[in-house]
Structures are given as C-alpha cells and as structure tokens.
Design a protein around this ligand. Structure first.
Ligand code: HEC
Length: 166
C-alpha cells in the first residue's frame, strides 16, 4: 500500500468514528437547557416533545383533576420514563415532565413543565417549574411558590401526582 492510500484509509476510518462521536457529543450538549423559562421552551419545542413518550398508562387527553385542566396529555423524557416504569423512586438530573392542559372543549390552554435540575432548589426537590401559553409565552417559571405548595403534598413521590414512581 502506498503512503497516500494508507493515509486515505486512516482518514476514512477516523471519520467513521468521528462523525457519530461528534453527533453524540452535540446531542449531549443540547441535553440540558438552563433553568430558565425561555431556554426550556426552546429545548422542548426543538426536540419535538409531542413525539416523546406519554406518561405510562395515560393516553392522550385523559381526564384531569383540578387545577390543571379538564383533559391532559403528559409527556416524559426518556430518562423519566425509565424511572416511572422501573419504579426507581426519584427522577434524575435532567428529567422533564410536560403536561398539556386542555379545556372541557379540548382546547389547549396552557403547558406546564417540571424539570429536575440538580442543585437548583434543594428545599423543593430541585424541580424547576414553568407554565406557558400555547404560543410559548412564559406565564411563570423558576421556583414558583404556587406549584411547589401544592405539589409538596406528593413529596414522598418525588413531588409528582400522575402516578407512583416507587
Ligand atoms: C392546587 C394544586 C396544584 C397546583 C397549584 C399545581 N399543580 Fe401541577 N399537578 C397537580 C395535580 C393534582 C396533578 C395531577 C393532574 C391530574 O392527573 O389531573 C398535577 C400534575 C402536574 C404535572 C405532571 C406531573 C405530576 O406531578 O403528576 C406537572 C408537570 C405539573 N403538575 C406542573 C405544575 C406547575 C408548573 C405548576 C405551577 C405553575 C403546578 N403544576 C401547579 C396539582 C397542582
């Protein structure tokens, strides 16, 4: 084999590995948005959250309790899905739960999000909370007292209502 051919071969092999490695690194960089309403909205819409898994055992537009909406559709990130299915007890850093809240006429009224950010708010389960209008306008975000004060009823279930996680 000539030097040139060998060089080409090496480059081909290296690029075969490099491309997936870079894609993997990039997708991981994309993984965790800042704990900020707009950043989280950008992240969930860019990653097409409506194609994420539904909360196990809940279909689209299931009947909701007060206060969120008459009908709900709840999406979970892949890592969150594993926690729920495996009854692992606690969501990991980066877990995201997105709930679409619909009126009795099944009109989308708001989108509420819980996002686990390790070290963000240890007193309240390290959850970042956000509420959006359907167009993405941020209605509330951060350490939202209203959300926290009601969800803390479920502190033993990692602050979530929809189903048992342990
Ligand atoms: C008065 C109580 C109450 C308040 C206030 C409240 N929630 Fe909830 N939340 C619930 C209940 C009850 C459910 C379960 C919904 C159902 O199945 O009907 C829920 C479910 C959720 C879920 C799906 C995950 C889970 O916990 O089951 C998210 C996400 C969520 N709420 C976000 C928020 C955000 C963000 C706020 C503040 C803007 C908020 N909630 C305020 C009671 C509340």
């Amino acid at each position: 084999m000539t030097h040139m051919k060998r060089l080409v071969l090496v480059l081909v092999v290296v690029s075969l590995f490099a491309v997936p490695m870079l894609a993997w690194a990039y997708s991981n960089m994309m993984d965790l948005p800042a704990a900020d309403g707009k950043a989280v909205w950008t992240y969930i819409t860019k990653s097409n959250y409506q194609e994420w898994p539904l909360w196990p055992g809940k279909g689209e537009l299931y009947k909701g309790l007060q206060p969120h909406g008459a009908f709900l559709t709840t999406y979970v990130s892949k890592d969150a899905l594993k926690v729920i299915k495996g009854k692992k007890g606690m969501f990991g850093n980066g877990a995201i739960i997105i709930k679409e809240n619909y009126s009795p006429e099944k009109k989308l009224g708001s989108i509420t999000v819980m996002y686990r950010v390790k070290g963000y708010n240890a007193e309240a389960g390290d959850w970042f909370w956000a509420k959006y209008k359907p167009d993405g306008t941020v209605d509330a975000d951060g350490k939202v007292a209203g959300c926290i004060n009601c969800h803390n009823v479920k502190i033993e279930n990692d602050w979530v209502y929809t189903g048992p996680v342990k």
